[in-house]
Design a binder for this molecule. Sequence first.
Ligand code: ATP
Ligand code: MEV
Ligand code: MG
Length: 386
Amino acid sequence: MEVKARAPGKIILAGEHAVVHGSTAVAASVNLYTTASVRLPCSSDKDDIVKLQLKDLALEFAWPVSRIKEALGGFVGPISTPTSCPAECLKAIASLVEYQNIPEAKIKLASGVSAFLWLYSSILRFVPVDVAITSELPLGSGLGSSAAFCVAISAALLALSGSVNVDQEQCGWMVCKEDELVLLNKWAFEGEKIIHGKPSGIDNTVSTYGSMIKFRSGSLDLIKSNMPLEMLVTNTKVGRNTKALVAGVSERAIRHPDAMSSVFNAVDSISKELSILLQSSAHDDMSLTQKEEQLAELMEMNQGLLQCMGISHGSIETVLQTTSKYGLVSKLTGAGAGGCVLTLLPNLLSGTIVDEVIAELESCGFECFIAGIGGKGAEISFHDLV
Ligand SMILES: Nc1ncnc2c1ncn2[C@@H]1O[C@H](COP(=O)(O)OP(=O)(O)OP(=O)(O)O)[C@@H](O)[C@H]1O
Ligand SMILES: C[C@@](O)(CCO)CC(=O)[O-]
Ligand SMILES: [Mg+2]
């Protein structure tokens, strides 16, 4: 038996960073997935081994189960009550990761491997297993790769452990029940904490539930957008690390508490207005073009406040300047300082202009695609092995 779980990445339409400080944010899932495949090993010579394969990165890690159990066994609690990885346990995990000698060029993956070890130990409790990960998401680029990784792994492990009960006879991708989604989201959040330090929980929540969400202080409202939304995503390919950027914004907030609290309040108002705008129905007093103009203005204001937080970057400014030559508005998405930038593509924009913008952005060395947004969240499927 093999269990597969897939979880989408996300874009943040408004509110990144401020959401860590209690402001409202609006996010939507994107149709790029991370998939975790989990199976019990078939040959008895592997019955004391936990294997983690990162297929796209051509990396494979293996640990004796007894070694993981000895290091982490004393720290895990009940599956039904997701718990944070204690500092002492993180140290034990660090030495299990060190033992794998990750090549220096790929050392950023250590935090993902650490999150895996905590989720595996807590959910599967030292059963030998083979886990393989594939992802369509660019890593460390603002599209929520860390959250999709944690949601996909947690979902597959919860399904294998029987804590999530989807119909094993049914073919294809299946969605969990509401209470199971709550449990899945909480475990994924514990993994995100290991990768992000102090996440707000928005990325794992949108990856778990999919669709579009308004999120504030751990609680979510699902949003049904009443306007067609097309976003061009430009990956600047400038690498960055969400944990360090979140910490940097928090340090700025400590240095300038009043000013930064005004910035976070302004972002809160922008996100709330944006969510009302998206949900306002077609027969309300505004044409689609007027709604798009307002949305663009809100995105532009949010981008200005993200610059105030210190997380813009030369590459992001290049995207803003390039798209503005075509009358288009852009904002960074995710943690910033590189990574991905969103550009709103209004409904009546001609395909020729879109092609021209993309060509100009790609001539700067960036990569562009049009995101499918607001689709499915986490899904599980079962496969018999022959
Ligand atoms: N498929 C994967 N395999 C292994 N590790 C992964 C994978 N996806 C994400 N990670 C882990 O997550 C890290 C990237 O997370 P980070 O939060 O910095 O960026 P992001 O989630 O892509 O962007 P953002 O948080 O801004 O949305 C990687 O360095 C790695 O440790
Ligand atoms: C930067 C941030 O706001 C979003 C990262 O996608 C961090 C978080 O909310 O956890
Ligand atoms: Mg992340």
